[in-house]
Design a protein around this ligand. Structure first.
Ligand SMILES: [Zn+2]
Length: 220
């Protein structure tokens, strides 16, 4: 990152050229300070620790292009994982995925600032989203387009894919974090019953997660 600030000696003697170069450097510097990039993965610096930790559970995604981006508000959800539209027209291995993270988490009547959430809870949340990407990468582009439509209209389909994402995260040994995220939502009195019902309806329960862990250990 420091290299951006280094000026070739020649430029110091050419004020106009130097000025033009500096103008071009401003956006580059802004970009570098607000996001971090490791090979195929890009994420905001404020989530670097959590993103790196969650990604470390998925060695299969090492070569998969994933960008984690903060968004002021995501309608009706906390995080969202999806392929980028144009990359659906490329080969599967060139596909790019985006995980949007809401800057504030509006859960019913309570607003949480993402930065103030416990790190483990964020890791659990990201682990679930990476579970979706594990699911997406096996699907054809046509299947993903159909997936998007069904997700909008079918409750039983939402349940199927949300539970699949949780299952991928447990298979990746992320149960500690997934359970912490779930217990945070289900255990807080200031989170509405309606939101808790949604979590219970569509996602794996803590007991089901523990059963999956047991099964995983037996299979090993
Ligand atoms: Zn999900």
């Amino acid at each position: 990152m420091c290299a951006v600030w280094e000026q070739p000696t020649l430029v110091e003697h050419l004020p106009m050229k130097s000025l033009v170069l500096r103008l071009f450097q401003i956006p580059i510097v802004l970009f570098l300070t607000s996001t971090m990039s490791f090979a195929q993965h890009i994420f905001p610096e404020s989530l670097a620790q959590e993103a790196e930790h969650a990604l470390s559970f998925y060695p299969e995604l090492k070569e998969t292009k994933i960008q984690i981006r903060l968004k002021r508000n995501i309608k009706g959800s906390t995080m969202q994982a999806r392929p980028t539209f144009w990359s659906l027209f490329t080969r599967k291995r060139n596909r790019k995925y985006l995980i949007l993270v809401s800057e504030t988490l509006q859960i019913s009547d309570t607003t949480f600032t993402t930065e103030h959430l416990d790190s483990d809870i964020l890791i659990g949340w990201l682990g679930h989203e990476l579970g979706h990407i594990m699911d997406y990468r096996e699907r054809s582009s046509l299947n993903l387009l159909w997936f998007g439509i069904k997700y909008l209209f079918s409750g039983s389909y939402i349940k199927e894919v949300e539970r699949a994402a949780d299952t991928y995260a447990v298979r990746a040994n992320m149960e500690r974090y997934i359970l912490k995220t779930k217990r945070f939502i289900l255990g807080r009195a200031d989170i509405s019953k309606r939101y808790k019902q949604k979590i219970k309806k569509y996602y794996l329960s803590p007991d089901e997660i523990l059963a999956l862990v047991k099964q995983r250990e037996e299979d090993q």
